[in-house]
Design a binder for this molecule. Structure first.
Ligand code: ADP
Length: 661
């Protein structure tokens, strides 16, 4: 059993490790998965950015190409108009063509050197008005710059009715002199609408903004959370305008999502199963612990049993013995388990009878209230065993053998025998005592009828000696004699009856009364012997006892004490009687200052018929002890240490207090 806690500690530690490892594994796996997702996401972001930059560069080039191509065409027209001034037809033909092919160009105006409109397509009106309202300064500035530089120029951006515009101005020279100006008007939103392809807007939002992030135009088909943005200068027209392209978060790869979800679900599943396993292991370990303590408890119970237990299988082979059985027989469990009859503790002289009993037990016919048998210990000592046999039923309800409980009753039997002998002795001695007492009563009582018989007899003889006698007188005397003889016979019979029926009778009795009675009885004799009687008697509770017997004990002890002081100087002849209550008992002491007793006498004191007195019978103390033991008390003698003569004896007896119901 000493191993159990160690095993328990070990398994708890191992359990802790076993549970910690998967936890660590799951934590590492989650870390790896998170890192993987992070790397994938970063790659994705990188790729998105590269694609965005590529697309933006492409868009910027495309816009530049378109604007340059329109510029080229307007430049060509400006050259032609310089050679053929006022050729409106040419202007209209070319510009119509241009507007048809490049719808992002809203309007083209032809201004003369005085900045008056020579012609305009598709109409001259709206731009004029708008230019008057918002654009003059921008157009004027651009006109001036184009005139000064002598080459095509873009205007600053301007807004009109909520729409942002910019213009391209191409100077018309005739004979090296500025003759006019072609002005192309671009509304920025139209520009974006026509030049940004549909697939581009599926992925991005395109804005035209300035340095102050003021938005001039936008094109987009999608809505959502902005993801990445890339700005690129919008030149021409320049003036700090920028093309801003923003990509939008599209739903990530569904397969990737599915995989991530699956990993999370699997991770959760593993974690859950780990928890379940942990709970299971805990339950298991708790059950194991309960089983272990149950086993320890049973073992402790089994070890502390004082009844021997022995199990035999159906063939009579011993399959189990408990420590008490080993203690009783003196054989170890190794020497007994596995043995078949005859067993080593069977009496060698009674093998056959023991076999017979064994067969009875094996046949299931052992007496239900047990049987007694004598066995032999390993040391050779015999002992009496009381055995109860019962069928041994296993966990499946199968009858697998016989279980015997063995009680060593040797001591009990010895005590019973002793008690029986004591009882016999008590009865015998008590009868003897009573007979002794009766003998004196008998002598006293018989004295009278016998004296009467003798005197009648003498009277008759005297009458017969005189010749003159009356036969009637003789007859009368003989009749009276007969009556006295009958009376004597009656007395003897009564005594006989009494002796035969006398048995100890316990009744409520006061010990101090019994002592006082006895002291009163011996007072006269004490005076004669010059002995002082000292009393020290408490008031005691009534107890169940035979008062006559107790008086017999007191008388005997007092008489012995008085007799022992025959040679004691007269001034020290003192006999003490004390009685007190202590620990539920009455303790009575009878002390004398007499001769005391030798070791030899002390040893044989209570032996029947032991006496040191010439006229003594030697049964007094043996009767006293029997009477006291009958009352479940003890009687013993000690030297009287308090005696002034240095010798003397104290007889002490105890009586348990049994208060009457
Ligand atoms: P008996 O008095 O007839 O001899 P008992 O059984 O009463 O028989 O006593 C046995 C013996 O014990 C006595 O003979 C005596 O030697 C010794 N004895 C008893 N009481 C005393 C006593 N008080 N002092 C010394 N010896 C005693």
């Amino acid at each position: 059993m000493a191993e159990a806690p160690k095993i328990h500690r070990f398994s708890a530690r191992r359990l802790g490790w076993l549970l910690a490892l998967p936890k660590l594994g799951i934590a590492l796996m989650l870390l790896a998965v998170v890192s993987l997702f992070w790397i994938l996401h970063r790659n994705e972001v990188e790729e998105e950015r590269t694609a965005l930059i590529k697309d933006v560069l492409w868009l910027e080039q495309d816009l530049r190409f378109h604007l340059t191509s329109i510029e080229e065409q307007m430049q060509q027209l400006a050259l032609d108009l310089g050679q053929q001034p006022d050729n409106r037809k040419l202007f209209q033909l070319r510009i119509n063509n241009l507007l048809r092919n490049d719808p992002e160009l809203r309007q083209v105006m032809w201004l003369d050197a005085h900045r008056n409109v020579v012609d305009a397509l598709p109409s001259a009106q709206p731009p004029d008005q708008e230019i008057e309202a918002f654009g003059p300064s921008a157009t004027q500035k651009a006109y001036d710059m184009a005139a000064r530089l002598g080459r095509r120029t873009y205007s600053e951006p301007f807004t009109s009715n909520g729409t942002a515009y910019f213009e391209v101005l191409v100077p018309v020279y005739s004979d090296r002199r500025l003759n006019g100006m072609l002005v192309g008007v671009y509304p920025m939103d139209t520009l974006l609408n026509h030049l940004v392809p549909w697939w581009f807007t599926e992925k991005y939002q395109v804005f035209i903004v300035d340095d102050n992030d003021i938005e001039y135009a936008a094109k987009s088909k999608i809505q959502g959370t902005p993801n990445q943005t890339y700005d690129i200068p919008f030149e021409p027209p320049g003036y700090g305008l920028k093309l801003r392209v923003t990509s939008y978060q599209t739903g990530s790869n569904p397969l990737q999502r599915f995989l991530a979800g699956a990993i999370v679900v699997l991770g959760a599943g593993i974690f859950w199963s780990l928890l379940a396993v942990r709970e299971l292991m805990r339950k298991h370990s708790r059950a194991e612990e309960a089983l272990r303590s149950e086993h320890a408890f049973r073992k402790a119970m089994e070890d502390s049993l004082t009844v021997g237990m022995r199990a035999r299988d159906l063939t009579g082979r011993i399959i189990y013995v408990n420590p008490a059985f080993c203690r009783i027989t003196g054989f170890s469990s190794d020497e007994l388990v596995g043995r078949r009859p005859p067993m080593p503790y069977w009496l060698p002289d009674h093998i056959e009878e023991t076999y017979a009993m064994h067969r009875v037990v094996m046949a299931g016919e052992a007496p239900v209230d047990g049987y007694e048998i004598t066995f032999m210990r390993k040391s050779g000592e015999l002992f009496h065993a009381l055995i109860y046999e019962a069928p041994l039923i296993d966990g499946n309800g199968q009858h697998t053998g016989w279980m015997g409980s063995v009680v060593d009753v040797t001591e009990r039997k010895r005590a019973e025998e002793l008690a029986r002998q004591q009882q016999e002795q008590l009865q015998f001695t008590s009868r003897l005592v009573t007979m002794g007492e009766m003998a004196s009563t008998l002598a006293h009582e018989l004295n009278q009828p016998l004296a009467a018989i003798a005197s009648y007899n003498t009277g008759c003889l005297n009458l017969l000696e005189t010749d003159n006698f009356d036969a009637r007188d003789i007859r009368q005397a003989l009749e009276k004699l007969g009556v006295q003889a009958q009376r004597a016979g009656l007395i003897i019979r009564r005594v006989h009856d009494f002796v035969r029926k006398s048995e100890p009778k316990r009744a409520p009795c006061r010990v101090e009364d019994a002592i006082e009675d006895c002291l009163g009885f011996v007072e006269a004799e004490a005076r004669k012997r010059q002995i002082r009687l000292e009393r020290d008697i408490e008031t005691l509770p009534a107890t169940l006892a035979d008062q006559l017997m107790l008086e017999q004990v007191f008388l005997n002890l007092i008489r012995n004490g008085m007799e022992a002081m025959t040679d004691t100087p007269a001034e020290h002849r003192q006999l003490g009687v004390s009685a007190r209550r202590q620990d539920g008992e009455i303790i009575v002491r009878v002390s004398d200052n007499g001769s005391g007793m030798s070791e030899e006498v002390r040893k044989r004191l209570f032996t029947a018929f032991f006496t040191t007195k010439p006229e003594g019978m030697g049964i007094g103390l043996s009767i006293c002890r029997s009477i006291i033991e009958f009352h479940r008390g003890r009687l013993w003698a000690e030297d009287n240490a308090a005696s002034p003569t240095g010798t003397g004896t104290v007889f002490i007896f105890t009586l348990p207090i049994e208060e009457p119901a």
